[in-house]
Design a protein around this ligand. Structure first.
Ligand code: ATP
Length: 455
């Protein structure tokens, strides 16, 4: 091809790209054209003044209403910038190297990047796959994509319609360091449908539902099950003091819960008696629940806690001690039966079982399916992940078997399935230390007048 023609073709290409850029980014191109016109018509100081007024205006907005400024200005601008600088600029070379493009009769077909949304810790990219491509083609090269775009991890999620996927690029591990115990909330702020217990991977609060469900916390020894149990108890503490919530603690290990024994004895019940006391307490809870169900039948369908009928949270630290490891067969059967009654019928009458379990294997706990909400902390084997969170959870990114064994990095870290989304989300429970528990006891015994934060 003659040199002149090559030059002409390249010029036309450049022009076409410039037009596409202007159409895709009307605000930026409009601002540049507007500033250029003002400078040409009135001199350079006019657009400079307009720019200054805009910057001051944005600064005032950020100072007055930070949240709306971040949502409407900062996030879109940051997404636009990263979308162009990090992703669009390297899109073609990274995808070619990762083997996600196809060449047919000399023409290259490239998946289309439709949208980029950048958060504080991760970026989400909506991608139109090539026709005939499936999400698992992207899952297989997740490591290539992570290295190619400078992320620590990439997850592939279902897109908004067939043929599309969301790619989640995790840049910063927002859960890498321990989260200190959350402040004890005001009684009016406690919602039993959303008790704040820690943080989600994107830095937002992790809220756990208690009312209308049962929760299973599974994790190997040292995975931080205690921090989930104590964060829940801390989150409902003001309602315990107000008499609207009772915590019945069953403590076979006599380790974790015994620290707050005085709390449970005063605002609920406590047993660590292996000779039948713990099972008797479970049976008592099941009996009370049945009596409550009889009383409510035909009168109330939605449970609202009151002093007469408080919400009862049955906390069991290590279910398997009662259902599998107990040497007495009769006690095992009775415990299993009481737990089955509570979990199958207790939800609608204000009973919630919060059970912790070290071993997720089927034979150890066949009550697992009675717990609608489950949390997988660090697990010993990869097959345990699906046993806890349900089939396909590990393939969808719940790598609970890869959580660090170093307590500062991995304790209290886990995966949950939220109601709003089928994909597992990484979370970390706040760490409630022994000193925090002591302060909780002081707060409760003072009737809520002693505030640990103020001490
Ligand atoms: N959320 C957390 N953040 C940071 N560190 C934590 C957290 N939870 C626990 N740890 C640390 O990890 C250690 C083990 O935690 P914990 O005893 O709660 O685990 P566990 O799962 O209950 O273990 P086990 O089943 O053996 O009782 C604690 O001593 C503490 O130092």
């Amino acid at each position: 091809m003659p040199e002149g023609l090559v030059l002409l073709v390249n010029l036309l290409r450049l022009l076409a790209r410039a037009v596409v850029f202007c159409l895709r980014h009307p605000i930026v191109s409009g601002a540049v054209v507007g500033a250029g016109w003002l400078a040409w018509r009135y001199g350079w100081h006019v657009p400079a003044l307009v720019g200054l007024v805009v910057v001051v205006g944005l600064g005032v907005w950020a100072a007055v209403d930070r949240a709306s400024f971040v949502r409407r200005v900062y996030r879109p601008a940051w997404s636009w910038w990263r979308g162009w600088w990090v992703y669009r600029r390297h899109w073609q070379p990274v995808l070619v190297t990762a083997g996600l493009t196809k060449t047919h009769r000399g023409r290259e077909y490239l998946p289309t990047l439709r949208r980029v949304e950048c958060g504080a810790a991760s970026d989400r990219l909506l991608v139109q796959m090539l026709r005939g491509q499936a999400p698992d083609a992207w899952e297989k090269v997740a490591a290539n994509l992570a290295h190619g775009f400078g992320a620590t991890l990439v997850r592939v999620r279902e897109g908004d319609r067939p043929g599309r996927v969301w790619l989640e690029f995790v840049r910063i591990d927002a859960l890498a360091s321990p989260i200190p115990a959350l402040p004890i909330p005001d009684a009016s702020a406690v919602d039993l449908r959303a008790v704040e217990v820690g943080r989600l991977e994107d830095g937002s609060p992790w809220r756990l539902r208690l009312l209308g469900t049962h929760v299973l916390v599974a994790g190997a020894t040292g995975s931080g099950k205690g921090s989930v149990l104590w964060s829940v108890i801390r989150g409902v503490l003001p309602l315990m003091v107000a008499g609207l919530v009772e915590v019945w603690a069953i403590d076979p290990k006599r380790m974790e819960l015994s620290y707050g024994r005085v709390l449970f004895e005063r605002f609920g019940r406590y047993s660590s008696d292996p000779g039948g006391g713990m099972v008797a307490l479970l049976e008592e809870a099941a009996g009370d629940m049945n009596a409550r169900a009889d009383q409510f039948a035909g009168h109330t369908r939605t449970f609202v806690p009151s002093v007469e009928h408080p919400f009862r949270l049955i906390v069991v630290d290590e279910l398997a001690f009662l259902t599998a490891y107990s040497p007495e067969r009769d006690l095992r059967k009775r415990a299993e039966s009481a737990l089955a009654i509570l979990t199958s019928q207790g939800r609608s009458v204000g009973y919630c079982v919060l059970g912790a379990q070290q071993d997720a294997r089927k034979e150890v706990n066949n009550l697992r399916n009675l717990f609608p909400d489950r949390i997988a902390l660090r697990l010993d084997e990869d097959e345990q992940v699906d046993m806890v969170l349900g089939d396909g959870a590990r393939d969808r990114g719940a790598l609970a078997d890869q959580i660090s064994t170093v307590p500062e990095v991995g304790a209290g870290v886990g995966f949950v399935r939220l109601e709003t989304c089928p994909d597992p989300v990484r979370v970390r429970a706040a760490y409630v230390s022994d000193e925090d528990i002591r302060q909780m006891v002081a707060y409760a015994l003072s009737g809520g007048t002693y505030r640990p934060e103020a001490a």
